[in-house]
Design a protein around this ligand. Structure first.
Ligand code: NAG
Ligand code: NAG
Ligand code: NAG
Ligand code: NAG
Length: 297
């Protein structure tokens, strides 16, 4: 057992190490948070149909309500720095999400990383923000020393998403959206394994309805196995997308005005963007969409 005195010593040592990390690292972690460097990444992908099940309010930011272009493939939830075993670091710096940094990626982010709700979600330090603000501030700021900037967080996540198309991997094993079919969970896991040679992880809501699929990566963005804990039953479903039911309130335009403005913005370079490094052709997001096949990480 650790006595109170020695616990204080341990605490002091941890704080000192924290300070050293901040000094050496130029701000990777906030002093006092006592969070160590992450061990690996989870790319969390969500199944739109399941994510939209409980949606009853529509607004312009809610992808559940896009009529012609309702999402029919897994979309990005986030890229999460994770510790081996339990836990993950969160809110590692006090940086706040700045949408102008990713303006040039907006078309891709909006399409493949959509939010499935209206309104703001909680972020760090009792702030509220968009889905993207939540993902970046809570998870993205903990990517040090691999991911240090907001633009890199979003670009890296999109790039991984394009490179490893889980929807396609399932389709190739004839696992497609259906309201009636049940799939043995092992078939779903095998489909991803045969495409990418690693074990993914699944998350379900009740009755084995798939909600998310996770792919895991090491710090060089090489695929690796996810942890083997189970969160789905033996047989699972991948329901089709249905338009949200219930009380739809189309007049309810929740979400920040800036968010809405952003969606009508043409991607263009911001002359004030000097905080992130110059983009090379390789990083030009307009090349991203078709480029996942020839891109290597
Ligand atoms: C929808 O709401 C029900 C009841 O609150 C909950 O049990 C279920 O998990 C929710 N579904 C999703 C996909 O979040
Ligand atoms: C981050 O928060 C700490 C503690 O609240 C504060 O001392 C520091 O100045 C902040 N850093 C930045 C860059 O805002
Ligand atoms: C992933 O694969 C599906 C099914 O083949 C396809 O419809 C979709 O466009 C692909 N997504 C991306 C981002 O390439
Ligand atoms: C729709 O939302 C508006 C604004 O929040 C509210 O005033 C109105 O009562 C809502 N209508 C319905 C039918 O819920």
């Amino acid at each position: 057992m650790i006595k109170a005195g020695s616990r204080r010593v341990v605490f002091v040592v941890v704080v000192v190490i924290g300070i050293v990390v901040v000094v050496v690292d130029g701000g990777g972690f906030t002093v006092g948070k006592e969070q160590r460097e992450f061990d690996y990444f989870i790319l969390a992908l969500q199944w739109p149909s399941t994510s939209c099940t409980n949606v009853t309010v529509c607004c312009t930011t809610n992808a559940c309500c896009r009529r012609a272009v309702s999402p029919t493939e897994f979309t990005i939830h986030g890229l999460w720095p994770k510790y081996e075993g339990k836990g993950w670091p969160s809110c590692c710096t006090n940086e706040t999400f700045d949408e102008t940094q990713i303006r040039s990626l907006f078309e891709d982010v909006d399409k493949y990383w959509p939010t499935y709700r209206c309104g703001l979600v909680s972020s760090c330090d009792n702030r509220k923000g968009s889905f993207w603000a939540h993902q970046y501030e809570k998870h993205g700021t903990c990517g040090s020393p691999v991911i240090l900037q907001e633009y890199d967080y979003f670009l890296t996540t999109l790039t991984l998403f394009y490179k490893y198309n889980v929807t396609e991997a399932l389709e190739n094993a004839e696992i497609v959206a259906s309201d009636t079919k049940k799939y043995p969970i092992q078939d779903v896991l095998n489909a991803v394994h045969s495409a990418f040679k690693v074990n993914p992880k699944l998350a379900c809501v009740k009755k084995g309805i798939i909600k998310e699929i996770y792919l895991c990566f090491d710090k060089q963005f090489k695929l690796r196995d996810c942890d083997a804990t189970k969160s789905c039953p033996k047989s699972v479903k991948l329901p089709k997308f249905h338009k949200p039911h219930g009380k739809l309130n189309r007049s309810k335009l929740i979400g920040t005005r800036r968010e809405l403005k952003m969606s009508s913005m043409k991607p263009k370079r911001n002359p004030n963007e000097k905080s992130h490094r110059r983009r090379t052709d390789k990083e030009d997001p307009s090349l991203l969409r078709g480029a996942h096949k020839r891109r290597t990480y």
